[in-house]
Design a protein around this ligand. Structure first.
Ligand code: AMP
Ligand code: GLY
Length: 418
């Protein structure tokens, strides 16, 4: 079987690595891929967002199954285009992907399904949104409705901060059309957890959980990034939270999506906050998380290819989805300056000098003169396992310190004190 994975991050390397372990021995292709996936698959130089070129490639190369990693092509309707052409793809269709690509749509689904989430109001004009801020007490969370690569959320402590964010999104159009509608939300407090399940219509598979770190610096200082580290499973997660997440959040949302004509097939990712009054939804995503995938897929004991095919075929209920208990910690090695300006093209050393506990998932890497070079902001995720989160953390950092490139930086507090 020929399988095409779409994307170029460490998440897609982890997906490809897990697919490569399938007893079905698929022939693997990744578009556009990186130097890491090139060791186990063939890289195809097509951007993850060029849907017509991906479709033409899949058709001409007789690809049997396509797995979509990032949200942008899903929101752009890649699965619909592939299905119209008679090709099978893993991920939700465009109308179901709105659970991530429109925060107002997600709130509407949650409201109808009675799912606990932050109180929110949607606004289409700056004057109405400003009026709401004037009449209510801070703090506020201001969010662009559409996709904004994780940057469309402003935590506003004061009315002044909220108004600045609203003007930036609605007047200056910092996020383009994504900010034409904004949401103003209640600010929730508590630990965050990402919950993942494979969903095929109303059926929700066994779930798994992870925590990620979004800020660039230790102690959650600095700018928001695509994610600087992660661990799984979170020790505070238990049977009762599992049941709450399944029965009050994942199943009602899947059911409401199906009922309202946006049947969901793919990975459903709920970003939850454990508040004093129970679990509440911060957001939904329509795909696996990055960098959570890098600590979650090594725990999957079942055949990922079989699960993904069954999800796409509507046969998931008959397929095993089993997660092992071993602790995993992932530390992202980034280029100095990321998420702002950074330099690339530096040789990476020490990648052969890692322990058995550890796997390297590549993101911004490419082949060049002198071997593997840095080619992006986030360069590698160093994932290590251990008998506890503390031991996995020690393994991850021991291995991370051996991998060197100019301007390398990483957070030193991933999974600390958990
Ligand atoms: P999002 O893009 O919706 O995931 O938001 C990014 C991050 O902002 C989340 O992971 C939270 O840490 C934070 N955040 C978003 N919405 C809220 C909220 N209503 N209350 C508290 N924190 C939030
Ligand atoms: N870990 C955050 C995300 O994948 O959106």
């Amino acid at each position: 079987m020929k399988v095409l994975v779409i994307g170029n991050g460490a998440r897609e390397h982890a997906i490809t690595w897990k697919l490569a372990q399938s007893p079905q021995s698929p022939e693997l292709f990744v578009a556009p891929g990186n130097a890491g996936v090139a060791q186990i698959a063939e890289n195809v130089p097509i951007s993850a967002e060029d849907i017509p070129a991906l479709l033409a490639y899949a058709r001409d190369s007789f690809i049997d199954f396509t797995v979509v990693g990032p949200e942008a092509p899903l929101a752009g309707g890649i699965v619909d285009r592939f299905e119209e052409a008679g090709l099978m793809a893993f991920g939700p269709r465009q109308n179901a992907a709105r659970i991530e690509s429109s925060k107002a749509f997600a709130k509407q689904i949650m409201k109808t399904a009675g799912v606990p989430t932050a109180e929110a109001r949607a606004f289409d004009t700056l004057s109405e949104a400003s009026g709401f801020v004037a009449e209510n007490e801070p703090p506020f969370v201001v969010k662009a409705d559409g996709l904004a690569a994780g940057k469309g959320v402003v935590m506003a402590e004061t009315r002044e901060d909220a108004l600045t964010a609203l003007r930036s999104m609605m007047e200056e159009k910092t996020f383009g059309a994504s900010g034409e509608t904004v949401l103003i939300e209640e600010w929730l407090k508590g630990p965050e957890v990402s919950v993942f399940a494979f969903v095929d219509g109303e059926y929700v598979s066994t779930m798994t959980t992870a925590c990620d770190y979004k800020r660039a610096g230790d102690g959650d200082s600095g700018l928001n990034t695509g994610g600087m580290g992660s661990f799984s499973p979170p020790p505070f997660w238990n049977e009762s939270l599992e049941q709450q997440a399944r029965e009050k959040i994942m199943e009602p949302v899947a059911k409401e999506l199906a009922r309202s004509g946006s049947l969901y097939r793919g990975v459903l990712y709920a970003g939850l906050m454990l508040t004093a009054s129970g679990l509440k939804v911060i957001e939904f995503n329509c795909r696996l998380g990055d960098p959570e995938t890098q600590v979650v897929l090594p725990r999957l004991q079942s055949d990922l290819l079989e699960i993904m095919l069954a999800t796409a075929n509507g046969e998931l209920a008959r397929t095993a989805v089993e997660w092992g208990p071993t602790a995993h910690v992932g530390v992202v090695l980034a280029s100095g300056g990321y998420p702002e300006q950074y330099r690339i093209g530096f040789p990476i050393s020490g990648m052969d000098d890692i322990d058995e506990s550890t796997v390297l998932f590549h993101a911004g890497t490419s082949h060049g003169d002198g071997g593997v070079l840095t080619s992006g902001g986030r360069v590698l995720t160093v994932t290590a396992s251990g008998a506890s989160i503390e031991k996995a953390r020690a393994n991850a950092y021991a291995n991370a310190s051996r991998i060197r490139f100019q301007d390398r930086y990483y957070r030193t507090d991933i999974a600390k004190g958990i």
